[in-house]
Design a protein around this ligand. Structure first.
Ligand code: HEM
Length: 333
């Protein structure tokens, strides 16, 4: 079986819609078309450099520049996205999805009898989920597949581990994570290696000090996750894919209190760290364990597959691997 990168993206788009309205749209649906354009353009515009440029010089929006056109296109797509979601939600009224739950909250009133959660809040939240939850997971899973396709021995070791925990017929479950140390180490190393949420913007809510340097209130702060995870003083050979850095000498996953694990902060730290971390990591585990239990991922017959190099990924708010092809070979059981 040959699975094309583009088809794989379609599959992930459909899963996303399933969560939103409790139903799945077809690959040729209107929503699917919008989602494809929307997620691409959101990632492109979310690029921190572009974002800062337009924040400092908002008049650029009115000049005939390619990014100004993209901003207009983004707003148009956002309207289409919300409109189509509304239509679909009415159609799927009996289903239970994120959208239905959020819409229900908009009917609640606060102690002054005012609506406290509006349609605008719902829309912003859904856009947040697209960029925060979807682009990140898609980038991580697509990177992991490309990385594995180039490493047959690592795959075999992971398959042995999965088979020894689940057998060949029972589907992997979340409880298996604690016994699949190598699979866990591979997902952690993938996240460190690609560090695809390169820069995260924050702002100080009060005057403070960073490493002795005074920082005023309302100062924009850019967290550079890329440097944190590719610093050669902290990570030996940072641009080599080495899952063993998260394992001890017996092959067990290092505890989360280990200094190496503590240095891995791809989900951020503190109050505003990623709310989807547990969900994202659980999903990555189930995805990779389920795929490897049934398939071996190999290079395609009809094209060259290069190894994933983080520095050559497609730029955007969340780095994405360049399009590629792989083969999924059904394992003999
Ligand atoms: C590989 C997967 C993911 C990575 C690497 C990732 C990473 C991050 C990072 C670095 C932040 C910013 C932390 C900060 O501001 O300091 C963040 C925030 C956030 N993430 Fe994730 N994320 C992932 C998956 C998800 C998923 C699956 C969801 C939702 C289901 C999600 C929802 C969010 C939200 C809503 C925020 C904003 C939190 C806030 O501002 O308080 N993320 N994520």
């Amino acid at each position: 079986m040959q699975l094309n990168f583009v088809i794989f993206k379609h599959v992930l788009n459909r899963r996303f819609l399933f969560c939103m309205t409790g139903n799945c749209t077809g690959r040729d649906s209107e929503m699917h078309r919008i989602m494809k354009q929307f997620d691409h353009i959101s990632n492109d515009l979310g690029n921190v450099g572009i974002d800062m440029l337009y924040s400092f010089f908002p008049f650029l929006r009115f000049l005939p520049l390619s990014y100004s056109q993209k901003i207009k296109e983004w707003f148009k797509l956002k309207q289409q996205f919300i409109g189509t979601l509304e239509k679909q939600a009415v159609h799927d009224a009996g289903k239970k999805g994120i959208y239905h739950s959020l819409k229900k909250i908009t009917q609640e009133k606060d102690s002054h009898g005012q609506q406290w959660f509006t349609d605008v809040n719902v829309h912003c939240l859904l856009i947040n989920v697209v960029t925060g939850g979807y682009l990140t997971t898609r980038g991580a899973l697509l990177s992991l597949i490309q990385i594995l396709a180039k490493r047959p021995e690592l795959q075999r070791a992971m398959q042995d581990e999965i088979d020894s925990v689940t057998g060949t017929t029972r589907e992997p479950a979340l409880a298996d994570r604690h016994q699949c140390h190598l699979v866990e180490a591979v997902t952690l190393e993938t996240l460190r290696y690609i560090s695809h949420g390169v820069i995260t913007p924050h702002c100080t809510s009060q005057a403070t000090e960073i490493l002795g340097v005074p920082v005023g209130k309302n100062t924009p702060i850019l967290l550079n996750f890329w440097t944190i995870h590719h610093n050669a003083e902290e990570w030996q050979e940072p641009f080599s894919f080495r899952p063993e850095r998260f394992l001890d000498k017996d092959g067990s996953l290092l505890p989360s209190t280990d200094p190496v694990r503590k240095r891995m902060i791809v989900f951020g730290l503190g109050k505003r760290s990623c709310v989807g971390e547990a969900f994202a990591r659980a999903r990555m585990f189930l995805f990779v364990a389920t795929v490897l239990q049934s398939f071996t991922i190999t290079e395609p017959d009809d094209a060259d597959l290069s190894d994933l190099l983080p520095r050559e990924m497609e730029t955007g708010h969340i780095l994405q691997p360049k399009p590629y092809k792989v083969r999924f070979i059904l394992r003999e059981k």
